[in-house]
Ligand binder design. Structure first.
Ligand SMILES: Nc1ncnc2c1ncn2[C@@H]1O[C@H](COP(=O)(O)OP(=O)(O)OP(=O)(O)O)[C@@H](O)[C@H]1O
Length: 258
């Protein structure tokens, strides 16, 4: 059983990726000596071109893959397998259609223990927070793509993981729905100071969500940018000078990295 981490309130190295490398078989390293620290409660985004190693790095952070060299630590404990302290949201919502929306949200609980009234209450609260209360008894196939993604985010948060890892979770959605989901995510993560690592191709999405953005190219982190926009973030910021200057800087850094 993985050891549950001792949560330090201001731990600057809450998620610590230390000189981590990973190669598939005899291929060159897909993740090549990456060092990265995410403070507790911070949101960090990872951007980069297709094939640069972002998903592989996220899998190392999840304990789904183990580094060939280096280590991943959460609250000081070396990660050796996926644990209940980590939630994961993939690009596809991967919901079970034979379950109701509520039962999909409850899945991380029902896989481990008997579902109790307090769990149902928590699921109802999460569905309320993502504006899906009216859909609680529907089945996933009766929901739009954006609604399904909201269910996937609620499911990832039901067990209140200390760390949430997201791999392009909103990539398939239209721009407006995507913006709404970004606001939902920020609101939900602020509630429990969830520490977030978010992979995206979308520069504006990274700037809107993150405290810090890193660019990955050929398995390495090439550039890191602190996003000093105030929180809570709001839609108006997307049209401001500071936001656009950060997007431009990130874009230029990506061109240099590739
Ligand atoms: N299971 C695997 N076996 C062998 N090679 C793999 C495997 N998974 C990924 N790769 C290779 O590792 C490299 C990086 O893949 P990865 O999925 O981490 O990149 P990515 O930056 O997330 O890409 P994308 O943005 O397209 O999702 C690619 O060259 C890919 O072909």
């Amino acid at each position: 059983m993985p050891i549950e981490p001792q949560v330090e309130p201001h731990d600057p190295d809450f998620v610590a990726i230390e000189r981590a490398s990973y190669r598939y078989g005899t291929d060159p390293a897909t993740v090549d000596g990456v060092d990265w620290a995410i403070p507790r409660g911070a949101i960090h985004c990872l951007v980069g071109r297709s094939g640069s190693g972002k998903t592989t790095l996220l899998k190392l952070a999840a304990g789904l893959l183990l580094p060939d060299q280096g280590a991943v630590r959460i609250a000081g404990a070396t990660l050796r397998e996926p644990g209940s302290q980590i939630g994961f949201v993939f690009q596809q919502p991967t919901l079970l259609d034979w379950h109701s929306v509520t039962d999909n949200v409850l899945l991380p609980i029902s896989l481990k223990q008997k579902v109790r009234p307090q769990h149902r209450k928590k699921a109802a609260e999460l569905l309320e927070l993502v504006s899906l209360s009216a859909f609680a008894q529907r089945h996933p196939s009766e929901l739009s793509g954006g609604q399904q993604s909201r269910v996937a985010v609620a499911r990832a948060l039901i067990a209140e993981p200390a760390v949430l890892l997201l791999d392009e979770p909103f990539a398939a959605l239209d721009a407006l729905t995507r913006e709404e989901l970004q606001d939902d995510l920020l609101r939900l993560c602020a509630l429990h100071r969830t520490t977030v690592l978010f992979v995206t191709h979308d520069i504006a999405e990274a700037v809107y969500l993150a405290d810090r953005v890193a660019i990955m190219a050929a398995g390495r982190l090439h550039h890191e940018l602190t996003i000093d926009l105030p929180r809570p973030r709001n839609r108006e910021m997307r049209y401001g000078q500071a936001f656009n200057a950060l997007c431009r800087e990130l874009r230029q850094a990506m061109d240099c990295a590739s």
